[in-house]
Design a protein around this ligand. Structure first.
Ligand code: F6P
Length: 749
């Protein structure tokens, strides 16, 4: 039964019950009123009748005539004069048999009346009876003359007319209620139908491009409809395996006319390092940004403008500071920018990593903002922006500006290239507006970012925080339907684009089989064949929750003795930003913690925690991913965290369990991981125990679901969606630019 039918049925039953109750009450009340009226009327009639009957008591004809005169009254059906012994003295013909003189016997006897007496108890008798002809009211009264009872008079009144009136009242009531019911259903239904028709006509008109102006009340539904259409279009494109490097290339060719991409990111995808043997080696920096963007550059080609940070970088570039990468494939260029010690200190260590990094992460490290760092931040942003402008080969290039190191670059580039499509992506969380206010240069940061065409974040929450910050600190206009900010006539879309990995991940494809990886790692670490292996992979950063992670391992060994001697946790920890005191402190703290756990639970042939503090190249990291029983990502706050996704991508054998902090962007997507609050050591240790005891079948189910998610929502889709949005924006701008040229000056577009 439909919801409407259920509603109408319910309403009908309620109305029927109401009608039934009301008509019952009305019937009883009106009957009482009528009967009271009739009895009063009868009493008055009899009082006046008894006087004239007494006068004619001994005159049979006179008595008869008076009885007939009474009988002619409306609704009187019979009247009789009775002797004291209850024999009939005179009577009209229609008096019903049962109410003739003998019927008074009980009343008279009860009063104990003898003939001729007056008796105060013998005032009036009455009753209502139901005869086959209808209800009848019968009353009797003594006929008295000079204090002597001569006899009695009986008067019968027809009450059936009252029943007829009741029936008429009931019918009227039913008609009224029926009418009300029709009104109650019909009017709202008609109004609702009318409103719905108006809405759908209006929405259809607007969706088909009609309607000069969108009425305010339609805007939310229209943006929902558009979003839905976009999502459906996405889903059509998001079939498994659909988003590939080829598809991304096609998008670039079809929608953006094959323009090459210029990426601006502080970290380079390949650095050249002079090894101990004197030779030059290529290194892959440990960076989520690089993991995600490098496959995009391989697919699309172009230039990656980055800081040349390797100690042999200068030796490997050409005269214009370019180097072709990846080695052997050489599908795109890195343009290396050289920074002085002071520039690095002020820009990278100072403002970026002692200011913005702790500002944006809720990890309880106080941000430090120094005026001299800010000066270097501006200077370095300008230097990189100039380099980007040198690398483009058209007036409207596509430029991707990555991360918090370059918040000012979009506006700087826009100044030199007004027609550029600039896509800024913020790889870390964006704090709430109040917290953003801590930064003394929050306005400049926001204005710098609003130089871009699109600003992307991993999650909607971070988009909202950004938009709140803009609302709070800048004079701008908001286009809520498009999620855009308009500043000085320049429109910037603010959208979530959760970053991901290439699919399949080529490092996983190049790795040995998981069984072989496990055997090698077990051998390297000297683990027994029945050992259980946990893994953490991070830069040594206080946002990653490494101390909490090791504390959870300690708690596991405390609370679950069965894992002592069997469970080993390996932490691959890449030293990072070690010129900053907070990072050096963390280094020491982690080392001390690992030592404490090993002292407490270790033995000659058993080390519960293995801390490997050095750079690990991807093949080695993937070997560990494939060897481990579990991977624990315990970030205290993280924009996305690609280690979590890499672990899943590495597990082609569908084995292993991911334990994931709820404070990562990845936790919103990898819901089949064991999601934990890393601050809650008891629950985290329970999750470690659950992971170590999880049946293979459950591991397989969880891993399969997560792999399917990542394979569909891979990094080609991430970049593809941003490029498609950029292409739409670009064509809109071109169209409105053309229109503006044709319109008279001052016309409102
Ligand atoms: O998480 C933000 C981020 O820029 C990542 O994109 C990257 O993985 C990491 O920081 C690298 O930091 P750095 O370049 O300072 O080594």
């Amino acid at each position: 039964m439909t919801r409407l039918a259920r509603f109408i049925l319910g309403l009908l039953v309620a109305l029927a019950l109401l009608t039934w109750t009301v008509s019952g009450v009305v019937q009883t009340t009106t009957r009482e009123w009528f009967e009271r009226d009739v009895s009063e009327h009868a009493r008055l009639a009899m009082v006046s009748a008894t006087r004239s009957l007494a006068d004619a008591w001994y005159d049979p004809d006179g008595l008869k005539n008076r009885l007939l005169a009474i009988d002619r009254n409306q609704h009187v059906i019979g009247v009789a004069a009775c002797n004291v012994d209850l024999t009939t003295r005179s009577m009209t013909p229609d008096l019903p048999e049962v109410f003739r003189c003998q019927a008074l016997g009980a009343w008279v006897r009860a009063a104990g009346t003898a003939a001729g007496d007056t008796n105060p108890k013998l005032q009036q008798w009455s009753t209502i009876a139901t005869l086959p002809t209808g209800r009848v009211y019968v009353a009797a009264m003594p006929v008295i003359m000079q204090g002597q009872i001569l006899g009695f008079v009986i008067l019968a009144h027809d009450l059936s007319y009252i029943q007829r009136r009741e029936a008429r009242a009931q019918t009227f009531l039913l008609i009224v209620f029926g009418f009300l019911a029709v009104l109650a259903f019909g009017v709202p239904l008609l109004v609702a139908r009318r409103v719905r028709d108006d809405w759908s006509t209006e929405v259809r008109k607007l969706l088909h491009g009609g309607g000069k102006k969108q009425p305010r009340e339609f805007q939310p539904i229209l943006s929902d409809v558009r979003e839905l259409i976009a999502r459906m279009a996405d889903e059509r494109e998001d079939l498994p395996g659909q988003w590939t490097a080829d598809r991304l290339r096609q998008i670039l060719n079809r929608n953006l006319h094959g323009e090459k991409i210029v990426i601006l990111a502080n970290r380079e995808p390949y650095s050249h390092i002079r090894g101990e043997d004197g030779g030059i080696e290529v290194q892959h920096p440990a960076s989520g940004l690089v993991t995600a963007l490098e496959p995009i550059m391989r697919a699309c080609s172009g230039v990656w403008v980055a800081h040349g940070s390797g100690n042999a970088d200068r030796e490997t570039v050409d005269r214009s500071d370019h180097v072709r990468v990846p080695p052997e494939e050489e599908s795109y260029h890195i343009r290396r920018i050289w920074l002085s010690e002071e520039e690095q200190q002020g820009h990278y260590y100072g403002f970026s990593n002692e200011g913005l990094w702790p500002l944006c992460h809720i990890a309880h490290t106080r941000p430090t903002f120094r005026a001299e760092d800010w000066e270097y931040y501006k200077q370095v942003n300008q230097k990189f922006s100039d380099a980007v402008c040198e690398e483009v080969d058209s007036e409207d290039p596509i430029i991707m500006v990555e991360d918090y190191h370059f918040a000012l670059a979009p506006a700087m580039i826009r100044k030199r290239m007004p027609a550029a499509t600039i896509i800024a992506f913020w790889h870390i969380p964006w704090p709430n507006a109040e917290r953003m206010g801590i930064c003394p240069w929050h306005n400049e940061i926001l204005e710098g970012l609003l130089g871009s065409s699109i600003i992307g974040f991993h999650t909607q929450l971070h988009c909202n925080n950004f938009l709140d910050s803009v609302d709070r600190y800048l004079e701008t206009r908001r286009d809520r339907e498009q999620n855009a900010v308009i500043m000085h006539g320049q429109r910037t879309l603010v959208r979530p684009y959760p970053i991901s990995l290439e699919w399949p991940v080529h490092w996983a494809e190049m790795s040995p089989e998981p069984g072989e990886c496990r055997a090698r790692v077990f051998q390297e670490l000297g683990l027994k064949p029945d050992a259980l292996l946990g893994l953490g992979v991070d830069r040594l950063d206080y946002t990653k929750g490494i101390e909490e992670r090791l504390a959870a391992v300690e708690m596991l060994l405390d609370r679950y003795p069965k894992f002592r001697g069997r469970f080993t946790f390996v932490q691959l920890a890449e030293p990072s930003r070690t010129k900053i005191t907070r990072y050096r402190d963390l280094n020491e703290a982690v080392e001390l913690l690992a030592k404490r756990i090993n002292d407490r639970f270790g033995a000659e042939d058993y080390r519960p925690v293995v801390l490997l503090r050095s750079h690990h190249e991807p093949p080695e990291v993937f070997r560990y991913y494939r060897a481990a029983d579990l991977c624990y990502v315990s970030s205290l706050h993280d924009g996305m965290n690609l280690v979590a996704k890499e672990f899943v991508a590495a597990r082609t054998d569908l084995r292993g369990v991911l334990i994931l902090s709820e404070f990562t962007g990845a936790a919103q997507e990898l819901t089949e991981a064991l999601i934990v609050n890393p601050y809650d050591l008891v629950k985290s240790s329970d999750a470690l125990a659950a992971a170590l005891s999880m049946p293979e079948e459950e591991q397989l189910d969880r891993m399969q679901a997560m792999r399917s998610m990542i394979s569909r929502f891979n990094v080609y889709r991430w970049a593809g969606k941003m490029l498609v949005d950029a292409a739409h924006l670009r064509s809109q701008e071109r169209l409105s630019g053309r229109l503006a040229e044709r319109m008279p000056v001052g016309a409102n577009l």
